[in-house]
Design a protein around this ligand. Structure first.
Ligand SMILES: Nc1ncnc2c1ncn2[C@@H]1O[C@H](COP(=O)(O)OP(=O)(O)O)[C@@H](O)[C@H]1O
Ligand SMILES: [Mg+2]
Length: 270
């Protein structure tokens, strides 16, 4: 299948403000060091690695919240690595992000309907009210929830609103960065099962960043392991978990508490 993303020699440095001279630019610290990989359409890519390994930074480059300092990022064949904001604008609908903490990413003063509608309005969609209803249906929330405020919802319900807001845009790609980290185990399972179902039914491509390898094993078709801004291993999930090639991957796997390979959300079934 065709690639949605083709990334080559991606590098990113950020200014080190602690070493900025009085005059002139701050020296850069390398965060990502020459990453090359592709993401086929329909893939669920897990991105794992220790804290500070560059997972969120990589994600932010894929949805162009950050501009890389080197290399190329092709999205559906188009190099987006240095596109200016006005040229990115029409593409922004196509890559959406779901955030870790829905409480801080949902405007507390807006009702759920307004929250889901806002990006649709920004991108000039028609039939906005119907699209909001559809999105709520997709994530299994009652349509009447459009009148509620974020604080009236549970953590799991708020995360569903974040997902509804993203899928209402009919994106090709969704980046989910540690989206279930703040939830209890049963809400986690429900949100992940929902995500797997939506990926399958809506033909989405998903990048799922997580420090929880047992979740990645159950959800993702391929897994990329990052360490200090470099890819140490990137292979089909089953193969990687069955026989890790890199020492660092083995260390990460050894740290998983009792993985249960029989329990998985099957993306192919249904
Ligand atoms: N805005 C920033 N300025 C300077 N350094 C940053 C910034 N954001 C992230 N970093 C550094 O980049 C590295 C990777 O961070 P991050 O991508 O957030 O890692 P992860 O998501 O894997 O925990 C870390 O060393 C972090 O300290
Ligand atoms: Mg992170």
């Amino acid at each position: 299948m065709a690639d949605l993303y083709t990334v080559s020699d991606l590098r990113l440095g950020l200014p080190d403000m602690t070493r900025k001279p009085l005059f002139g630019a701050a020296p850069r610290i390398g965060i990502l060091h020459g990453l090359s990989f592709s993401v086929p359409k329909g893939e669920v890519l897990g991105i794992v690695g220790g804290s500070g390994s560059g997972k969120s930074t990589l994600g932010r480059v894929l949805v162009r919240l950050l501009e890389p300092t080197g290399g190329r990022v092709l999205f559906d064949g188009q190099d987006i690595s240095h596109l200016p904001e006005d040229r990115l604008r029409p593409l922004r609908r196509r890559f959406q992000m779901i955030f870790q903490d829905p409480m801080s990413s949902l405007n507390p003063r807006r009702r759920i309907g307004g929250i889901i509608a806002a990006p649709l309005q920004l991108h000039g969609f028609d039939r906005i009210s119907a699209r909001v209803d559809e999105a709520l249906d997709h994530v299994g929330l009652p349509r009447a929830f459009r009148h509620r405020f974020p604080h009236e919802l549970s953590g799991g319900q708020r995360q569903r609103v974040g997902i509804a807001r993203a899928i209402a845009m009919r994106p090709d790609f969704i980046l989910a960065d540690e989206i279930v980290s703040g939830l209890d185990v049963s809400s986690q399972a429900q949100v992940l099962a929902l995500l797997a179902e939506l990926v399958r039914d809506l033909g989405l491509t998903l990048a799922f960043i997580s420090h929880d390898l047992s979740v990645v094993r159950r959800l993702c078709t391929s897994t990329m392991v990052l360490h200090q801004g470099r890819i140490v291993e990137h292979r089909p999930t089953d193969a990687l978990f069955a026989a890790p090639e890199a020492d660092y991957t083995r260390e990460l796997l050894d740290a998983i508490p009792l993985p249960d390979p029989d329990q998985r959300w099957d993306l192919a079934a249904g």
